[in-house]
Design a protein around this ligand. Structure first.
Ligand SMILES: *Cc1c(COP(=O)(O)O)cnc(C)c1O
Length: 328
């Protein structure tokens, strides 16, 4: 069981705001704040859906090197259609890239089932886990991904501007980093260099050290709280929130998928999502307006949803207050 009173006491932000925008950026716990600010103080004394952006990166690669992008449809439940994925694979397919939790709603894609398809066809598998790391117990071996990217600022509760990349050891040599310097490579001769054979090949010499320290503290903090307990608590709060919202007249919940996480998407009749968000904001409540992407399935004229994302440090009383504020 999680000691919610203690976890809230370690989260200064909960005293100021009802924060249901953890999928945007979570409130950092005291140890993360202390690690970052104390390091900054030291530096001061030492004088110195698919996620939309991912798709843009693929479009850039299309323009630059001529890759072809096949968008795999969703199935009736809303998650990636595994049979359609299997059918889309051809002799020239080199990468399967999916987003674990697209972030516009509660959907969790079946990452491990995709991993089994990737393994069967011998295709590289990249998982965007920006929304899942920190709220779900994510196990790269169970999922079978070759690469996983994650951000620090969201459910992991780390500093903004940080994140990490996981690459399976046997895959490292196949990935050439887009930028190299003397941290990532050794200059061997006038015209030759050797790229490191470990994780550091993906790093740069100059880094946001305070941010990295904070990210490390945030990761250890999450492990100490316990990823299984976090996942259970986040899912339970979100289930409560979905249930209570759906009971309100004129409020519709829009989460799709088989497995659902801590993100809840909804609409209030006669109120634009941006208006709902602004109205909540005047009550010192944070939620978010989530825009649908250009590759999302058509949703009958709806272009965005209100997104309320809970974390384990939120509590049942906040869920009640949130629902009253929406219904008001
Ligand atoms: C937020 C998000 C990202 C980008 O995270 P940054 O912190 O902006 O780097 C990528 N993918 C998904 C699914 C996200 O939700």
């Amino acid at each position: 069981m999680l000691d919610i009173a203690h976890l809230r006491a370690e989260t200064p932000g909960v005293g100021n705001v009802l924060h249901f925008n953890n999928a945007g950026s979570a409130l950092p716990p005291r140890p993360v704040l202390d690690a970052v600010t104390s390091h900054l103080a030291r530096e001061a004394a030492t004088a110195r859906a698919e996620y939309l952006s991912n798709y843009l990166a693929f479009l850039q690669m299309k323009a630059r090197v001529g890759i072809e992008i096949d968008v795999v449809d969703s199935d009736a439940s809303g998650q990636i259609d595994l049979a359609a994925l299997e059918r889309a694979i051809g002799p020239r397919t080199t990468l399967i890239a999916i987003t674990h939790v697209p972030g516009r709603g509660g959907l969790v894609n079946p990452a491990a089932a995709v991993g089994r398809i990737a393994a069967r066809h011998g295709i590289l598998y990249l998982l965007d886990a920006c929304q899942s790391v920190g709220q779900l117990a994510v196990d790269v071996r169970e999922i079978g991904c070759h690469m996983l990217s994650a951000t620090g600022r969201k459910y992991l509760r780390g500093p903004r501007g940080t994140g990490f990349l996981y690459v399976r050891h046997d895959t490292i040599e196949r990935l050439e980093p887009p930028f190299i310097d003397l941290h990532a490579a050794t200059w061997t001769d006038a015209d030759t260099y050797v790229i490191r054979d470990d994780a550091r090949r993906f790093e740069n010499w100059e880094r946001f050290v305070a941010g990295q320290i904070g990210l490390g503290v945030a990761a250890r903090y999450a492990m100490r709280v316990g990823m299984d307990a976090i996942e259970a608590r986040v899912k339970a709060l979100a289930t409560q929130l979905r249930g209570e919202l759906a009971k309100q007249p004129g409020v519709s919940v829009h989460d799709r998928g088989v497995e659902l996480c801590g993100i809840v998407s909804f609409l209030k009749d006669g109120e634009a999502p941006a208006t709902t968000r602004e109205r909540l904001r005047t009550m010192n409540i944070n939620a978010h307006e989530a825009r649908l992407s250009r590759v999302d399935p058509p949703t009958g004229g709806v272009h965005s949803l209100v997104r309320a994302s809970v974390h384990y440090y939120n509590d049942e009383a906040e869920v009640e207050r949130f629902v009253r504020a929406v219904a008001d």
